[in-house]
Write a protein that binds this ligand. Structure first.
Ligand SMILES: Cc1cc2nc3c(=O)[nH]c(=O)nc-3n(C[C@H](O)[C@H](O)[C@H](O)COP(=O)(O)O)c2cc1C
Ligand SMILES: Nc1ncnc2c1ncn2[C@@H]1O[C@H](COP(=O)(O)OP(=O)(O)O)[C@@H](O)[C@H]1O
Length: 302
């Protein structure tokens, strides 16, 4: 068997991979380059709360596939996703370090926050890690309390912003536009009658956070061409819709896209969802929404 390449490893959930996380990733990438090692992230999935408290109300900013893609886009060469099971939660701190960080990954340097806890019941801390570092011959780069305090963003703040519809604020914390990824499915077939066909987006991951109900300016791409549009999230009260749907009317676009996968980015919130007197009133509002959205896009591209 060939020797595994040496790694600089950081560990965490990194939900959202926001600008605070990006600082840590940059440090990992830089250190790895300096020492000729590979920059690696070890991340756990599902979220411990989903497993230990069987909490399926928990919402995350990224699906696990999105998390891996975004982490790699910041220069991480390998993302190791460890399935968080009850057995995993029961690993002693020592077994976790020896089996996973050393034997599996060949970690030579760990980049970690001063307040990181690990192992069964999260009982071990950075001081324990220092003892393991001597035994297993790796070094530790600690991210200090001050460095962590300097970053005022958090995954929780971003979740709160999105739950309030504040997508522009969320985007400023994320350092990229918040997005969803889903498949185009059949809707009620009313959109085309309104002259506003809408692609209904189905997201299979129930733990993905969907921003607050309302109307948003969005951006996507189709065969490498940028397409803009307007999205409604809600229950379509005017046409007595049931359940929550996510639908986009793309501008200057006329394609049948059922079954296609779309990544859709949120740019700006336009308004709340409303119940209109009748279909004509809804249609008039949709015309105004399109005009507002296009004004915004024009200004964006100036
Ligand atoms: C940008 C946009 C805004 C919308 N706003 C509302 C709204 O405020 N109230 C409402 O009842 N429906 C709203 N709708 C949803 C329409 O009622 C919906 O597109 C129509 O019912 C077609 O549904 P279908 O795609 O399932 O056929 C909106 C749709 C879009 C694309
Ligand atoms: N500009 C457009 N924006 C969104 N979807 C479009 C557009 N032009 C054509 N389509 C197609 O029309 C479908 C939506 O039509 P619609 O009448 O709203 O029916 P349904 O909601 O039942 O699918 C989309 O899934 C897509 O395949």
């Amino acid at each position: 068997m060939t020797e595994k390449s040496a790694k600089v490893t950081t560990i965490g959930t990194f939900d959202g991979v926001h600008i605070g996380h990006q600082k840590i990733l940059n440090r990992v990438v830089k250190l790895a380059k300096k020492r000729g090692f590979e920059p690696v992230v070890l991340t756990l999935f599902p979220h411990p709360r989903m497993v230990l408290q069987k909490d399926d109300s928990i919402k995350l900013l990224n699906t696990i596939d999105e998390r891996v893609t975004i982490l790699k886009s910041y220069g991480i060469s390998e993302v190791v996703v460890k399935e968080f099971t009850k057995e995993f939660a029961n690993l002693s701190a020592r077994d976790y370090v020896q089996k996973i960080l050393i034997n599996e990954l060949n970690t030579k340097q760990i980049v970690i926050g001063y307040d990181h806890h690990f192992g069964k019941n999260r009982s071990a801390n950075i001081n324990d890690l220092r003892l393991f570092a001597e035994e297993f011959k790796f070094t530790i780069e600690e991210i200090s309390a001050q460095d962590i305090k300097d970053v005022t963003v958090s995954s929780t703040k971003i979740r709160n912003a999105l739950n309030n519809g504040q997508v522009a604020l969320a985007n400023s914390y994320l350092g990229y536009n918040y997005f969803i990824t889903g498949k185009v499915v059949k809707g009620k077939g009313l959109g085309r009658k309104l002259d506003f066909p809408t692609a209904n987006i189905y997201i299979k991951e129930i733990y993905k956070l969907i921003p607050a109900d309302g109307v948003y300016v969005v951006k996507s791409s189709f065969h490498n061409r940028v397409v803009y549009g307007m999205m409604n999230i809600g229950s379509n009260p005017t046409v007595s819709g049931k359940g929550r749907s996510i639908e986009v009317n793309f501008f200057n676009f006329n394609e049948t896209i059922y079954g296609d996968i779309f990544k859709v980015e949120f740019l700006k919130r336009l308004r709340s969802e409303q119940k209109f007197e009748n279909i004509n009133a809804l249609k008039a509002q949709l015309k105004k929404d399109r005009s507002d959205a296009q004004d915004y896009i024009k200004q964006l591209n100036e």
